[in-house]
Write a protein that binds this ligand. Structure first.
Ligand code: NAD
Length: 713
């Protein structure tokens, strides 16, 4: 018997089976909103009335989305732990009804099958997944500071074993269809053209396609014995010991997994209680806020892009320079369906650029993120050349040649004479002025900056730089291109370092100053990095400079001297490090020594400080937060104060943009929500009073920025 709802419909299919089609209206991805869940409840009334059907097959009408998970916007409506528990209990109840359906139930997975979507698929008897680059299965709730709350922690371990369950839930791993089949998460992975046959066979055979996990002695020990499970739980507990302070969901997810082996309803009840507690934590609130901010930044409406431009999609992209950044930009361009021309200086450089791009694809194919055929199709859209001619058709040109003002100016001058007047010209400069680069280019309204982050294929952020002459339409085109490339844009003014390097630089500067102070006490430099990792940074400031290269950091520091003053002691120290060939990881020596790429010990700055006056401050007695060490306070407040100055100078329009840019661009502790979100938890008086005291002790760089006096959450 058929049935029709807004987001679901039920069809009679072959072999007396029923197909339940999912198509959440007005959404590009299927998501479980309250309404969609309520309808599923009613669909289940209908399905329960047909126990004689041979099978019930859940399928999506959207090519790239089985179910992307719960509707995260609705998290904001949940005010209390009790309400959160109810949401969890309701989802569990609905999925238990699916699990209890009498006919064979099959989930046909294509595209995203994440969070609540996978929890629903887990409640089915069988899972068939289509092998395509968009199919991904996972339970990424931990990234929002919660755990899977609709039975996922209870059903998954029995299916894939404790080790895989931990990796999927605690590390938010997302699996391709093939990998999911390998670990037993899906029963069959099939090519798109084999899908119909596979579904029919599954229905006909009454589900005789079950994936069996390999029966090894080790699997038996870990999954079937208390001893084995306890060992894995204890070892994982140790591994997360440090993170769980900031990400409490980790420990709760581990406990929920352990409880899944107890049987009965206790594990489900625990999931509900954990959801209740976790949804109320600041960690969860910050992570949810960042998720929604990212969505906001990716919407062209946020940036007032005109509807005409929103509908136009660039087709031809030219990238000048195929080095580290140019190759990365070209790769994401062809991956996104654009035709890309990379212009290089000579044949050797062309060959090197080609190798860089193909090696990214080799890795993607090796990891099964793409098939070789897909990679070849993408590479078919790439042209590498030393000539200008193929560049003339460009809709947008992105320049990624070395960081030299005169080189960039001359290359754009040559190019501007060749391309049509409407071609948008953008530079990927890190720290030069966009206005200066384009000073002599006619039609200045079509120029701007597109600042990508390294490595381009992994870093989500792009700073879209609006120069003095840039027209709103040009910014619109650059934003539309960012979206096409799958990136998250933040629009900034053309100000030294834009927003990310601008806010990061005082932090690195302060770290070097502390490192200098350490020379008088022989303290271990590693303590600086260690403390910032404890704060929640992915790596400490000195490690970061070694990673990006001391020469690059020195260059950025000197380019930003307009903001931070000419006589920066940090610029001097970094220059001395460069002169001493301590360039960081690439020369096996920077703030640390490295042997075969492995860090050994912190070197200290002793031989480099000659002639530098080192002022040893006393830590001021104004701790802002009892949990912060004096070093953490100095480093974090350096960033917060600079973020405030960016607001004072309108580098970006709103505070949230800085938070999102710093989290995406530098990995700023996501659970703290970004530098300004972290700052708003203190009263303005506390913050200003602390900064004023620090300004007295450390210097005027800590004079509070006016914007911080009126900061609001
Ligand atoms: P790179 O040295 O790796 O590559 C530069 C490429 O440009 C080389 O392949 C070179 O052969 C080519 N080139 C030189 N002159 C050219 C010309 N006249 N025409 C065409 N190609 C030419 O440099 P990179 O790290 O890719 O940096 C490029 C730009 O991106 C710089 O402005 C840099 O500041 C900026 N940037 C770099 C990073 C990073 O982490 N590397 C991050 C963001 C922005």
């Amino acid at each position: 018997m058929t049935g029709q709802w807004t987001h679901w419909d039920v069809e009679q299919s072959a072999e007396n089976s029923l197909t339940v089609w999912i198509d959440v209206r007005e959404e590009s991805q299927n998501v479980f909103s309250n309404e969609v869940m309520s309808e599923l409840d009613s669909v289940l009334d209908h399905l329960e009335s047909q126990p004689d059907a041979s099978a019930i097959v859940f399928r999506t009408r959207k090519e790239n989305s089985f179910f992307a998970g719960a509707d995260i916007h609705e998290f904001l409506d949940i005010q209390t732990a009790a309400e959160a528990e109810q949401v969890s209990e309701r989802g569990q109840t609905v999925f238990k009804r699916i699990a209890a359906l009498k006919p064979l139930t099959v989930a046909v997975i294509q595209g995203a099958c994440l969070g609540g979507g996978l929890e629903m698929a887990l409640a089915c008897d069988r899972r068939i997944a289509v092998t395509s680059s968009s199919t991904r299965l996972g339970l990424p709730e931990i990234e929002l500071g919660i755990l899977p709350g609709w039975g996922g922690t209870q059903r998954l371990p029995g299916l894939v074993g404790i080790l895989q369950a931990i990796s999927l839930i605690l590390q938010a791993k997302k699996l391709t269809a093939e990998k999911a089949q390998k670990v037993g998460l899906v029963d069959k992975a099939v090519m798109p053209d084999q899908l119909e046959e596979a579904v029919l066979q599954c229905v006909r055979s009454g589900g005789a396609i079950r994936a069996e996990r390999k029966r090894t002695w080790m699997n038996w020990l870990l999954d079937r014995t208390n001893f084995g499970r306890d060992m894995v739980i204890a070892r994982t507990g140790k591994r997360i010991a440090r993170q769980k302070e900031h990400y409490p969901a980790l420990e709760k997810a581990l406990t929920a997994i352990r409880k899944s082996y107890e049987g009965g309803d206790a594990g489900y009840r625990y999931e509900q209680e954990a959801i209740g507690e976790l949804l109320m934590t600041p960690t969860c609130k910050n992570l949810v806020r960042l998720f929604l901010l990212r969505e906001r930044a990716r919407s062209l409406e946020t940036w007032d892009v005109s509807p005409a431009i929103r509908d136009q999609s660039p087709r031809n992209l030219v990238v000048l320079g195929g080095g580290t950044m140019g190759a990365g930009i070209a790769q994401i361009g062809i991956k996104s369906g654009l035709h890309v021309v990379v212009k290089e200086i000579n044949d050797d450089a062309v060959e090197a650029a080609q190798k860089r791009i193909t090696s990214i694809y080799d890795t993607l194919v090796e990891r099964k993120s793409l098939t070789q055929t897909e990679a070849d199709t993408h590479l078919g859209r790439l042209t590498l050349t030393t000539q200008w001619d193929p560049c003339k058709q460009a809709d947008v040109v992105i320049e990624a040649v070395p960081e030299s003002l005169s080189l960039k100016q001359s290359i754009f001058k040559e190019l501007a004479a060749m391309v049509p007047e409407g071609t948008v010209l953008a530079t990927n400069t890190s720290a030069l002025s966009v206005d200066e680069i384009f000073a002599d280019i006619p039609n200045g309204e079509r120029v701007g900056g597109l600042h990508f982050f390294n490595p381009v294929h992994r870093m989500d952020l792009i700073e879209v730089v609006h120069g003095r002459t840039t027209s709103p339409d040009t910014t619109g085109h650059l934003l539309a291109l960012s979206r096409k490339l799958g990136k998250t844009p933040i629009v900034t003014r053309d100000s030294p370092g834009f927003v990310v390097n601008r806010v990061l630089m005082p932090y690195l500067d302060e770290a070097v100053k502390i490192a200098l102070e350490f020379t008088s006490s022989s303290s271990d430099l590693a303590a600086i990095d260690h403390q910032m990792k404890r704060f929640g940074m992915p790596m400490g400031p000195l490690e970061l400079m070694d990673q990006v290269g001391i020469d690059v950091a020195a260059h950025v520091a000197s380019s930003m001297s307009v903001v931070f003053g000419e006589d920066s002691v940090t610029a001097l120290v970094l220059k001395r490090m460069v002169d001493a060939k301590r360039l960081g990881r690439k020369t096996d020596a920077g703030f640390y020594n490295y042997v075969h790429g492995k860090r050994t010990e912190a070197v200290g700055l002793h031989p480099l400080v000659e002639g530098i006056d080192i002022d040893i401050p006393v830590s001021p007695e104004t701790p802002l937060d009892e949990h912060l060490t004096p070093i953490q306070q100095r480093l974090v407040l350096a960033m917060i104060n600079e973020a405030g100055r960016c607001l004072d100078e309108n580098v970006v329009e709103e505070a949230w943009m800085i938070d999102l840019a710093m989290v995406l661009g530098t990995g700023f502790a996501p659970f703290r929500g970004g530098p300004l979100q972290y700052a708003v938890q203190f009263s303005n008086d506390e913050l200003i009073h602390t900064l004023e005291a620090m300004a007295k002790e450390y210097g005027p760089r800590f004079e509070p920025s006016p914007a911080l006096r009126t900061l609001e959450s």
